[in-house]
Ligand binder design. Structure first.
Ligand code: GUN
Length: 293
């Protein structure tokens, strides 16, 4: 048996087409152009690559975007002042401050300074709180992307055993919350494994849906997967560079072997990655609609 491939590239393309139509309508019928501000402090190459993909994606969809590349030595006070200016700017519906930030800046303080209704990353405690109690808000992009992948590829979550490996604030904790919600319809039974979990494989082997987000190349091996399970690989681990200097990425899942056991699986690259950016675009459109009532 070989698993069905859940292509994030294809699903993201479909969502982009839907968003493009929605944005065209917002512009022509309501005179609204969604706007995203990106802020990057320092010159970390991976962060620069991520931010430039986000800007390109805005351009392709007709979202107004403005980028603030700031020097590594920017102070916390200066950054907080910029966030305040963007909070007050009516042409900006979404603010994204790329993390990690340099060590001298308190990341939490900056992310919390973003107005919750412009928090298109869904990192603000107000949005996390809204998500936990099942209220409308901006959802974190990678978890919301995973939920879209499951829905759009018709993976049943109702009553399913979901096992998540990893408990980060950005992926593990929020996806656990989203998938156990009744309100959003996912309605799954969720287990979260982490560094203190005694026997991770005993949990993963029970999963109808296994989600790995720990950042360890090929950590999930075929013997850890229940036959027929859906496997979602959130890992993007750099395992080397091509002679041309391009990053070689590898997921958390031993793809070649796991695909012979699983029922469905996401590849790396081309799986969860493209979904994160398209949900950022969707959140920017959602924030623009919220801002205009
Ligand atoms: N750094 C890596 N991924 C992300 C993301 O989704 N949002 C922000 N703001 N920073 C990141």
């Amino acid at each position: 048996m070989t698993a069905r491939i859940i292509s994030g590239t294809e699903i993201a393309q479909k969502i982009r087409e839907e968003l493009k139509e929605e944005i065209d309508l917002l512009k022509s019928r309501h005179g609204i152009t969604p706007g995203l501000a990106t802020v990057i402090v320092g010159d970390d190459p991976a962060s620069q690559t991520y931010v430039s993909s986000k800007i390109k994606s805005c351009q392709a969809l007709g979202i107004f975007s403005t980028n603030y590349p700031l020097h590594e030595s920017t102070s916390e006070k200066e950054l907080l002042y910029l966030v305040k200016t963007l909070n007050d700017d009516p042409t900006i519906n979404g603010i994204l401050v790329q993390v990690p930030l340099p060590k001298h800046i308190n990341e939490n303080k900056v992310l919390t300074a973003i107005h919750p209704d412009k928090d298109v990353d869904g990192f603000h405690p107000v949005n996390i709180g809204r998500m936990v109690i099942g209220e409308q808000g901006l959802l974190p992009c990678t978890p919301a992307g995973i939920q879209q992948m499951l829905m759009r590829s018709h993976v049943e979550t109702n009553g399913a055993e979901v096992v998540i490996v990893g408990r980060s604030n950005i992926v593990g904790k929020p996806i656990a919350n989203m998938l156990m919600q009744k309100a959003g319809g996912a309605n799954a039974t969720v287990t979260v494994c982490h560094s203190a979990t005694r026997d991770i494989a005993s949990h993963t082997r029970r999963a109808d849906i296994l989600i790995s987000a720990i950042g360890k190349p090929r950590f999930i091996t075929a013997d850890m997967v229940k036959p027929g399970a859906t496997v979602i690989d959130v890992g993007t681990n750099e395992i080397g560079k091509t002679p041309a200097g391009k990053r070689i990425l590898c997921g958390d899942v031993d793809f070649d072997n796991v695909k012979t056991v699983a029922g469905a699986i996401t590849p790396v690259p081309g799986g969860v990655g493209p979904m994160t950016i398209v949900i950022l675009m969707a959140n920017t459109v959602k924030a623009a609609k919220l801002a205009h009532g």
